[in-house]
Design a protein around this ligand. Structure first.
Ligand code: NAP
Length: 238
């Protein structure tokens, strides 16, 4: 059975992916940055192997790659899921805060692909799934930097898919709408009701909805799919 590395796995969508891929028989390598307690609980629940590292830091990512290899694992599927939110008017957000967000949301995906792609190319087999966002497709007021980072992740997906398709590596992107995770804990009940009113499928997404799509993209049924953006948004476009 195959091995998947999921970044940002301690909570939310990453934790749901860990549970879904574990259930499907994958060996799951679960990365997280800081939440040891949540990560240990996930390990207990799913049997995943934990790897703590900041994916926004290329040195930590290369160390992560080396540790995974030293532990005898070879990554077949990489899910670049780690992400942070950043709300506020564009001109009010200090550059350092924006840069920290870009390091995780954009460079996290680039760093992990840079580290794990060579072994996929050598095997002539591999799958990379980047988690973007509906905001990367249509843009969001008060989330301009976040939208920009996610739009870049979509561009990265399309370009890399063209470059490495000849090497047997597929690269796709998930584009969630509003998913019920800690990332949206700032929304009031009224905000949620207003949003749900405008979602054709009349509910927020669940982390498990995104995990099911990731499982599909990683599987043989998606063997002829690359360079695509798969929306999991209940038909909502912001
Ligand atoms: P979440 O519940 O806030 O969880 C974020 C996860 O990312 C945590 O496990 C966190 O680990 C990890 N993380 C953050 N920075 C990291 C770093 N530098 N290195 C490694 N891990 C890091 O978020 P979520 O809602 O599941 O979001 C997952 C992905 O989906 C993100 O890319 C997000 O942008 C995207 N997305 C979410 C929504 C939504 O509505 N929720 C919509 C569209 C797209 P620690 O807690 O251990 O630090």
């Amino acid at each position: 059975m195959k091995t998947v590395l999921i970044t940002g796995a301690s909570r939310g969508i990453g934790a749901a992916c860990t549970a879904a891929f574990s259930k499907a028989g994958y060996t799951v390598l679960a990365n997280y940055r800081s939440d040891d307690k949540a990560a240990e609980a996930l390990k207990e629940k799913t049997g995943c192997v934990l790897y703590k590292a900041d994916v926004g830091n290329i040195d930590e990512v290369y160390a992560l790659r080396d540790k995974i290899a030293a532990d005898g694992h070879s990554v077949d599927v990489l899910i670049n899921n780690a992400g942070v939110a950043l709300f506020g008017l564009f001109q009010h957000i200090p550059s350092a805060e924006a840069e920290a967000m870009y390091r995780t949301n954009l460079f996290g995906a680039l760093n992990c692909a840079r580290a794990f792609l060579p072994q996929m190319v050598e095997k002539k087999d591999g799958c990379i799934i980047n988690v973007a966002s509906v905001w990367g497709e249509v843009g969001a007021s008060c989330e301009v930097d976040y939208s920009t980072a996610k739009a870049a992740v979509i561009g990265f997906t399309k370009a890399l898919a063209k470059e490495v398709g000849y090497s047997g590596v597929r690269v796709n992107c998930l584009s969630p709408g509003i998913i019920d995770t800690d990332m949206n804990a700032n929304l009031s009940i009224e905000d949620v009701e207003t949003i749900v009113d405008s979602i054709p499928l009349e509910r927020l997404g669940k982390a498990e909805d995104v995990a099911a799509a990731a499982l599909f993209l990683a599987g043989e049924g998606a063997g002829y799919i690359t360079g695509q953006v798969l929306s999991i948004d209940g038909g909502w476009k912001g």
